[in-house]
Design a protein around this ligand. Structure first.
Ligand SMILES: Cc1ncc(COP(=O)(O)O)c(C=O)c1O
Length: 404
């Protein structure tokens, strides 16, 4: 905290602490400018970003093509209301169906948690209409994170996040990833869907293995249960493919998207196949701002940029490079317990609960990194990051991890 006492970040930090509800442990820096993989604070000091707005800037901060698309759109119309079609929303829906390969219709929300709410409603409506009123139960996974609103929080199997908000929504049960028996044990006649993050982000970068995922898909098919993939964090080339489900050779029934979809603008989406999406009829669900023209224009620019610049391949290759460097660091540092992830979604687990101290020390040295628990660091950079940026962070980690 002392480091900010004399600088321009301080006034905003103090006023923010006074007027904003303290729902976040805010770090002592105020970013006032950003470009691709770099951030600048109120004093003009430059930082390299390894968290990308918690994974919502795969195409980089203030990406030129995203800015142009937004500017052009807001000059014309921002949001005509969802009782009318707006052009970017229609074009983006068409694009999402195309790039997911299985999607036939899309619903737009403003955030990840809202998209999860929509997916829960869609799954329940589908199952009730098809199989009867008892089919409402949803299985999610221990350590999952699906959002903060009450439905998504009910699917978020983290006791400390749920405890004070009890009672939550009825009809959620939790299994363990990579343990198909634990899922089988939870399935009963009331089960309508399973919701899973292919790689748990907030829960510690826990990767589901291919065999488990294939078995999960078969189990869902056998029991006529919908499979929902929450790809809010893993989507849009993050894991080396446009969507993480493509790494597993299976297809979900419902795909939940947000974060990087909007290139920094608030935007979420549910994509589903024809059979499932057909149960949403006028009045089933809605949102005033969901799929507004400005956010959707950004979304189109994001997808075009990802494809044009082959950022999925880049995430795959740079991810391999990053992990190999971290693995070498592990050999030299006994504090490192595990390195895991996929593409540019990487976790480093430590034997000691010193992740917060490391995040703060890195920030002082102009590296923005993140922790998901007292002992797990998370690297979720923009996909435009360079090998040189990675080398600089590795050099910093090599010099500093020794202190812990
Ligand atoms: C997998 C996953 N689902 C849902 C959410 C919630 O998204 P939002 O913060 O946009 O509501 C998050 C946010 O971190 C997430 O990682």
């Amino acid at each position: 905290m002392s480091a900010i006492a004399e600088d321009k970040n301080n006034e905003i930090f103090i006023t923010g602490s006074k007027y904003l509800m303290p729902t976040y442990s805010r770090l002592p820096v105020v970013f006032t400018k950003a470009k691709m993989q770099y951030l600048w604070d109120a004093n003009g000091r430059k930082y390299t970003d390894f968290i990308a707005g918690y994974g919502c800037l795969n195409v980089g901060h203030s990406n030129r093509e995203v800015i142009c698309a937004i500017k052009k759109q807001v000059e014309n119309i921002i949001q005509p209301s969802n009782v009318y079609y707006n052009v970017p929303q229609v074009r983006l829906a068409e694009k999402l169906c195309e790039i997911t390969g299985f999607g036939s219709k899309v619903f737009f929300a403003n955030s990840g948690t809202e998209a999860v709410e929509g997916a829960v409603k869609l799954a329940r409506k589908y199952s009730k209409e098809k199989f009867g009123n008892n089919r409402y139960k949803i299985i999610s996974f221990n350590k999952s994170f699906h959002g903060r609103t009450m439905g998504a929080l009910s699917a978020t199997a983290q006791e400390e996040k749920q405890r004070v908000y009890q009672p939550l929504l009825d009809g959620f049960d939790y299994a363990d990833i990579n343990d198909i028996k634990s899922v089988k044990d939870k399935i009963d006649n009331n089960t309508c869907a399973v919701i899973i993050e292919p790689i748990q982000g907030e829960g510690g970068i826990n990767v589901s293995d291919i065999e488990f995922m294939k078995n999960l898909k078969s189990l869902c098919l056998e029991n006529k249960i919908l499979l929902i993939f929450d790809e809010v964090q893993t989507g849009f080339a993050r894991t080396g493919k446009m969507f993480a489900f493509k790494n597993y050779g299976i297809v979900p029934d419902i795909l939940v998207l947000a974060k990087s979809l909007g290139g920094g603008m608030p935007l979420g989406a549910i994509v589903s196949n024809d059979e499932v999406s057909s149960v949403f009829t006028p009045g089933s669900h809605g949102s005033t701002f969901g799929g507004n023209a400005a956010s959707c224009a950004a979304g189109i620019a994001v997808i075009d940029y990802l494809i044009k610049n082959r950022l999925a391949d880049r995430a795959f290759n740079l991810g391999k490079y990053f992990v190999s460097k971290l693995a070498r660091l592990k050999i030299q540092n006994s504090i490192i317990k595990d390195i895991r992830g996929m593409g540019l979604m990487i976790g480093m687990e430590l034997y000691e609960p010193v992740a917060a101290e490391i995040v703060n020390a890195a920030l002082s040295d102009k590296f923005v990194i993140n922790r998901v628990s007292p002992s797990i660091l998370r690297f979720l950079p923009t996909l435009v990051i360079s090998k040189r940026n990675i080398d600089s962070l590795i050099k910093w980690l090599a010099a500093n991890l020794k202190k812990y």
